[in-house]
Design a binder for this molecule. Structure first.
Ligand SMILES: [Zn+2]
Length: 290
């Protein structure tokens, strides 16, 4: 009789402990993919071409270093980064804004506001929009080191090397797409060609003398964004098109799709496949979708 209150106390404590345990299990469960990756060393190197709709947002991770190339047309990138970066990693070593159009830089504004950003690489295009103004303001407020892109330059981030292929110094184009930063990402013996939105006029002038495994097709697969001789010369093993479903521009163009099919080049598209993940040990590579 006297012990009844004690039993109920014990039950209460038991209940609280139980709830705490369940909470811990749930939290651990949610973080399992990240822990597993860290423990197994699997997070060596990977690239995610995010499904952000009509635009580009590409996260490259190697160990604890990240390079973010473009941020897409909205804030979706923030949820993706929240999911894919370790909870205690709030620093992105390098952000690249390929060119100032909204489908590439809008998402970068929120990233600059919320993350510590080491360096920002862009090309100083004359482009007068509210979004570009807000982007430049966010870069200034973040106090990140600003790097100006120029062909021939290269940036090392951990074991990653970003080689800048375009634009050449002081290049000006009527079409701002052609002022896109074109870069080769190099991880050991694995290379990705990132074309931004640089169209045929630019691609005719590119000289790519490294073996390319993966190509991020230019300008969301538009026809004027695909230059067949370049594609044939570099002969990649995988093509990726970052594009929004049912976009108003008709991207990707049928002729681009036809060319890839004719070449027998495997293609992944963010509108149909979702986020595309490419992993490599620096020699072979694997891809999956999520
Ligand atoms: Zn674009």
């Amino acid at each position: 009789m006297v012990s009844t209150p004690n039993v109920s106390e014990k039950a209460k404590i038991g209940l609280i402990l139980g709830v705490l345990l369940i909470t811990l299990v749930v939290v651990f469960w949610a973080l399992i993919p990240q822990f597993k990756a860290v423990l197994s060393g699997e997070n060596g190197f990977l690239i995610r071409f995010y499904a952000v709709g009509q635009g580009d947002a590409i996260l490259i991770q190697e160990g604890n270093s990240q390079i973010l190339i473009d941020g897409g047309p909205n804030d979706d990138i923030l949820s993706y980064l929240g999911r894919d970066l370790l909870p205690w990693d709030r620093e992105i070593e390098l952000i690249v804004a390929t060119h100032p159009q909204a489908d590439h830089i809008t998402g970068l504004i929120g990233v600059l506001e919320r993350y510590k950003v080491g360096k920002v690489l862009y090309y100083q295009s004359a482009y007068d929009t509210k979004t570009y103004e807000r982007f430049l303001e966010a870069v200034k407020n973040e106090g990140a080191q600003v790097l100006s892109a120029s062909a021939g330059g290269q940036i090392q981030v951990g074991e990653l090397l970003l080689q800048i292929m375009w634009p050449t110094a002081n290049f000006k184009a009527k079409n701002v797409n052609d002022e896109s930063i074109v870069a080769v990402l190099d991880y050991k013996n694995f290379e990705v060609l990132l074309l931004g939105d640089a169209e045929q006029r630019v691609q005719k002038q590119l000289f790519i003398n490294v073996d390319i495994e993966v190509i991020k097709m230019a300008h969301h697969g538009s026809w004027n964004g695909t230059y067949e001789p370049l594609l044939r010369a570099i002969a990649p093993d995988l093509a990726i098109i970052s594009v929004g479903a049912n976009n108003q521009y008709g991207h990707p163009h049928n002729q681009t799709l036809g060319l890839l099919a004719k070449m027998g080049l495997p293609l992944l598209r963010t509108d149909l496949d979702g986020t595309i993940v490419v992993k490599s040990d620096g020699y072979d590579f694997w891809y999956s979708i999520e």
